[in-house]
Design a protein around this ligand. Structure first.
Ligand SMILES: C[S@@+](CC[C@H](N)C(=O)[O-])C[C@H]1O[C@@H](n2cnc3c(N)ncnc32)[C@H](O)[C@@H]1O
Length: 394
């Protein structure tokens, strides 16, 4: 029986299971009397369309030669396989379905002219070398980044809060989650960084809508109360410490995080900007006083709870604009009938501080009561809380 010559070509920069599968299939497809010749693209050929390979050409040749299904390896010194096809005159040319029909038109014409069949093989997007490289970039740590040591007092604070955090009514309130998530315009190809992910509530809500979510948090205790699986990953890091490569993410989310970053706040926002791709978006949400006149009261109450910043709308816009964000959109989300009791009971605060904060609410001024639409119901104090959702573009 006449031997069938099959020609396939690869860059094989970071050899993975997708290459092995494709080449084994190529060999099988041509039958037992086939010879599989594989062209390995030289660095120059690769660079006609892609960045320079990381692994040297000679090593890539060695790797492909070592595969059981490969009979012969040759250099391919153009991105297009046609020069080698005309020289080798194979019976079958393997092409990937990642190429468009338009790209393949010329290939088919030349192949036809020498009686060579063009066989399209499925592309394995999950295992592409480009995909692997993107992951490496995302998890690559720049050496010269300035490291900010988290204050142990702040880590103790989150340790106390972690256990009860998921019982806070606002954390899981579906309409707030919906308002936040829908502001982001997520799509299935997005890679998202959820900054200050805590117990992963936002990451969890986003995960089904995107390709991958990386949750980042300073507190191991908060992360341990999260439910990580599927396309979610988590990492214990301080956002002020540069860690990911530049332009690694399509979106950055940060719900109720920035008021906790009391030092180097701008650096944290700049880092969110740095890791976003051009055209990428940040979606953040923060609570603010219901009216600017109540900023002092708001700060006084929260001072008893934690070390934090009080933002007004303008402060948040400035923080974003200073980092470089443009086209900033602001949505107001009013959380109706927010239970002060639920909030304090699950805050991790000593009872005395809880009582003091509760009393500060019910003894507030008329302006305070009016602005918060305060109601006393069955021993609880209910208020309308003003949260902003801000969206900015890189
Ligand atoms: C109120 S929780 C919000 C958690 C989550 N985003 C959510 O909406 O449920 C704030 C989180 O920010 C984290 N955090 C505070 N400062 C941080 C920093 N500098 N870098 C990363 N995470 C930080 C805390 O550990 C905490 O888990």
């Amino acid at each position: 029986m006449k031997e069938t010559i099959v020609y396939a070509y690869v860059v094989a920069d970071l050899l993975h299971a997708g290459h092995v599968l494709a080449l084994e299939n190529a060999k099988k497809l041509a039958g037992p009397d086939s010879k599989l010749i594989v062209g390995v693209l030289t660095d120059e050929a690769t660079m006609e369309k892609k960045p320079r390979p990381i692994i040297s050409f000679s090593e890539r040749m060695e790797l492909i030669k070592a595969l059981r299904c490969v009979d012969c390896v040759v250099a391919q010194d153009t991105y297009s396989p046609l020069k080698n096809v005309l020289k080798i005159k194979p019976n079958v040319l393997m092409e990937s379905d990642s190429h468009s029909e338009e790209d393949l038109r010329e290939t088919r014409k030349v192949a036809d002219s020498i009686g060579c069949k063009v066989q399209i093989m499925p592309y394995f997007p999950e295992q592409s070398s480009t995909n692997i490289k993107e992951r490496v970039v995302r998890f690559w740590k720049p050496k010269n980044g300035e490291i900010v040591q988290p204050r142990s007092s702040s880590l103790d604070f989150w340790k106390k809060r972690a256990e009860k955090y998921n019982k806070l009514a606002w954390v899981n309130e579906s309409s707030y989650l919906e308002a936040f998530v829908s502001s982001a315009d997520f799509n299935k190809s997005d890679i998202v960084l959820d900054v200050g992910t805590g117990t992963g509530v936002i990451a969890h809500a986003i995960a089904p809508l995107v390709r991958e979510v990386v949750g980042l948090d300073i507190s191991q205790d908060m992360l341990e109360n999260s439910n990580w699986e599927g396309n979610k990953y988590f990492i214990r890091k301080d956002i002020r410490e540069p860690f990911f490569g530049e332009k690694s993410f399509d979106k950055v989310t940060a719900r109720m995080v920035f008021h906790h970053i009391t030092e180097k706040t701008q650096e944290a926002m700049n880092e969110c900007y740095r890791v976003l791709k051009s055209g990428g978006k940040i979606i953040l949400s923060e609570g603010i006083p219901p009216i600017p006149e109540l900023k002092e009261d708001y700060s006084r109450i929260f001072k008893l709870k934690e070390d934090r910043l009080t933002f007004l709308e303008k402060d948040l816009v400035d923080l974003m604009e200073f980092a470089g964000f443009k086209k900033i959109k602001i949505k107001v989300y009013i959380m109706k009938d927010f239970s002060i009791k639920n909030w304090l009971e699950n805050s991790g605060l000593p009872e005395e501080a809880q009582r003091e904060i509760f009393d500060m609410h019910i003894n507030g001024s008329d302006l305070f009561k009016r602005a918060y639409n305060m109601k006393i119901v069955g021993g609880d104090c209910l208020i309308d809380v003003k949260n902003l959702i801000l969206i900015g573009e890189k």
